[in-house]
Design a protein around this ligand. Structure first.
Ligand code: FAD
Ligand code: SF4
Length: 329
């Protein structure tokens, strides 16, 4: 690991000022991604600004929403009583991720900003990686890419956005709160991430120095049912090959409201508005679910190793919709 300075920020303003003043500095939260990448030689910040003592940890409720501090751990959010009662999609997305030890360290803010799990990105001996070294090429497109993305990708980068939580939060229309030098702003999570088009190294709308302070999750209607389904090679401690987060309100066999997002198959948590349009107002049937699933993968771009994901994503979504609606095939 390269040498670096370590500073612990006393308050949010100090953290933001320290980072904004130093283009090579990074925030340190739970460290479960940041330190791995530094040890592997992928990242080499000259300064780490430790934010773990900032007063950004905890969960409150008001105005029909849950307000989650950025330093709340994944395990704390999963154990929250409102999440247990009304947000199974969030609880399942959290508990299907990483391991208990990791979830006790890993923060919500860090989870949303975790970097790609692409093995070429994480191996600095591989020279071609546009995300790590813009303009160098993409080893995944050239070589083996089974774990990679098919939606929101280009020949410049096919890395998956790995967060399970972000998929659930995108389906719930969550908003992320930021603080930077000019002040505070809030961004819908659906507009927070960028697709890996022209600049795979730019993954979201954050400007250097901006700190995630929290996330607001609107509570779904009382009649809504929600579910997060994760399909992977191993039953635990594994990232998604495909996942689906769904929130559905059905009445007398008809879908009244639908929110759908896919994970494991896209360069960002993938909200499926066309699938939602097909579902809304339609009978909750296998046929409707298949039609919605087909719409959810429109525009997929594959390389030989990833072609199976187009079918897998559809099957995952259909299964999640069946589970949440109680419809059997
Ligand atoms: P850090 O590692 O401290 O930071 C991550 C990044 O976010 C850094 O760039 C840091 O500068 C930045 N950052 C952190 N907090 C803020 C903030 N408040 N504002 C601005 N920038 C910030 N995740 C899943 O979703 N599903 C999985 O199945 C899964 N499996 C995993 C398995 C393993 C073995 C490991 C190591 C990780 C796994 N993860 C998984 C990822 C894990 O959830 C993330 O590593 C973790 O959530 C990151 O949080 P952290 O607090 O440790 O962030
Ligand atoms: Fe790098 Fe993206 Fe290609 Fe992976 S898929 S090697 S992260 S450019």
């Amino acid at each position: 690991m390269l040498p670096f300075d370590y500073v612990r920020a006393a308050d949010v303003d100090e953290a933001v000022n320290l980072l904004a003043a130093d283009p090579s500095a990074s925030y340190l939260a739970g460290g479960t991604t940041q330190l791995d990448l530094m040890k592997d030689g992928v990242l080499g910040p000259e300064r780490l600004v430790d934010i773990t003592r900032l007063p950004l940890r905890g969960i409150t409720r008001s105005d029909g929403a849950l307000h989650v501090g950025a330093l709340t751990t994944m395990e704390e959010l999963a154990a929250d009583s409102a999440v247990e009662r009304a947000l199974p999609i969030v609880r399942q997305a959290l508990l299907l991720g990483a391991s208990t030890q990791l979830r006790n360290m890993a923060t919500v803010g860090g989870n949303l900003l975790q970097r790609a799990r692409c093995r070429y990105f994480r191996d600095p001996t591989v020279p071609e990686c546009n995300k790590r070294d813009p303009g160098s090429g993409c080893a995944a497109v050239e070589h083996s890419a089974r774990m990679h993305a098919v939606l929101g990708v280009s020949e410049k980068c096919i890395a998956v956005h790995a967060s399970d939580l972000a998929v659930a939060l995108v389906a719930l229309d969550a908003t992320v709160h930021l603080q930077g030098i000019p002040g505070r702003r809030s961004v819908p999570l659906t507009q927070f991430y960028r697709e890996s088009g022209a600049s795979p190294d730019v993954e979201n709308v954050l400007v250097h120095g901006e700190l995630i302070t929290g996330v607001t999750i609107p509570m779904p209607p009382a009649a809504a049912a929600s579910h997060y389904l994760k399909v992977r090679d191993r039953a635990s401690y594994e990232f998604a090959l495909a996942s689906a987060g769904v929130v559905l309100v059905t009445r007398e066999g008809t879908v009244e409201q639908a929110r759908v997002a896919l994970g494991g198959v896209a360069s960002k948590p993938w909200r499926c508005l066309e699938a939602e349009q097909i579902l809304t107002g339609s009978p909750a049937t296998e046929e409707t679910f298949r039609e919605a699933a087909s719409a959810s993968v429109q525009g997929a771009w594959t390389v030989p190793g990833t072609a199976f994901k187009v079918e897998l994503a559809q099957r995952t979504l259909v299964r999640a919709l069946r589970t949440v609606s109680g419809v059997t095939p």
